[in-house]
Design a protein around this ligand. Structure first.
Ligand code: SF4
Length: 243
C-alpha cells in the first residue's frame, strides 16, 4: 500500500486532535474530487513498518483523540490489507483512541452486506473502526456546513453498533458526546475554537502557537499535573482549518 500524506495535528477529519492518514488509490473517481492525485495506487510513499511506528508514536500523545483514515479509498481491498496491521495495533496498544474512516462505498450495500460477510480481512478491519463516513462525494449535493461530510448523501455511521445490530446505525446529532471524555484532547479542541476568535494572534503563516502546558481549556485553570503526562509540549495549529 502507498500513502499520500500523514497530517498531524489534524483537527478537520473527525473529533478532537487527530492523526490523519491519507492512503493512495481510489477507483471511484468522483466528479470534482479534491484528492485526484491520490486516485493512483502508486502515488506517494510506501507504507512500511516505520510508517506504522510513526503513526503509533503520534497517537500516544495524550491530547490526541484518534486516527482518521482517508484517501484515496481506505476500503479498496489492497488498502484494507495494508491498514489492518496498523488498526489492530491501535486497538491493542491504545484502545482509548478512536478510529474514523471515510469511504466512497455505501455502508448498507457494499460494507455490511458484502465486505463484512465475505472477507475475513474486511471483518477484522471493520471490528476496529468506530465511525465510518460513507458514500461517494456528489457535487450536486455538495454542502459546506455538514460536520465531516462533503455532500448530503454521506452519513456518519456508528460501525460497532451497526455490526451488532446487523443494520446501519447512524450517528445522530448529540451522540458524539459519548466520545467526549475528561481527557484533555477534546478540551484542547474547544480551546482552539475559542482562540480562533482572536485572529490578531495569528502570525504571517496563519498559525497560532499553542502551549499545551499552560491552561485547562475547559475551566481555564492551570492544568493539574496528572492530566497530561507529556509536559512542555508546544504545537502549532493551523487556525484557518478550524471550523
Ligand atoms: S471516494 Fe473520495 S477519494 Fe475517491 S474519488 Fe470520491 S471523493 Fe475522491
Amino acid at each position: 500500500m502507498n500513502y499520500a500524506d500523514i497530517k498531524f495535528p489534524d483537527i478537520q477529519d473527525g473529533e478532537g486532535i487527530r492523526v490523519a492518514l491519507y492512503v493512495s488509490g481510489c477507483h471511484f473517481h468522483c466528479k470534482e474530487c479534491h484528492n485526484k492525485e491520490a486516485w493512483d495506487f502508486n502515488f506517494g510513499k510506501q507504507f512500511t513498518n516505520e510508517t506504522v511506528e510513526e503513526i503509533i508514536n503520534l497517537l500516544k500523545k495524550p491530547y490526541v483523540q484518534g486516527l482518521s483514515l482517508l484517501g484515496g479509498e481506505p476500503l479498496e481491498p489492497s488498502n484494507q490489507e495494508g491498514l489492518l496491521p496498523l488498526v489492530k495495533r491501535v486497538k491493542e496498544e491504545l484502545p482509548e483512541k478512536d478510529i474514523w474512516c471515510w469511504t466512497g462505498y455505501n455502508f448498507d450495500t457494499d460494507i455490511l452486506n458484502q465486505m463484512y460477510t465475505k472477507s475475513e480481512i474486511s471483518k477484522q478491519l471493520l471490528q476496529t473502526i468506530d465511525i465510518i463516513v460513507d458514500g461517494q462525494f456528489e457535487i450536486e449535493h455538495k454542502v459546506t456546513d455538514l460536520a465531516f461530510r462533503g455532500s448530503t448523501n454521506q452519513r456518519k455511521i456508528d460501525v460497532q453498533k451497526s455490526l451488532q445490530k446487523g443494520e446501519t446505525v447512524r450517528l445522530k446529532f448529540g451522540d458524539e458526546n459519548r466520545y467526549e471524555t475528561n481527557q484533555p484532547k477534546i478540551m484542547y479542541f474547544q480551546e482552539f475554537k475559542k482562540i480562533k476568535k482572536d485572529l490578531t494572534k495569528q502570525d504571517e503563516n496563519n498559525t497560532i502557537s499553542m502551549n499545551f502546558n499552560q491552561i485547562d481549556p475547559l475551566n481555564e485553570n492551570p492544568i493539574e499535573p496528572e492530566r497530561i503526562t507529556e509536559r512542555n509540549v508546544e504545537e502549532s495549529i493551523v487556525a484557518k482549518s478550524i471550523d
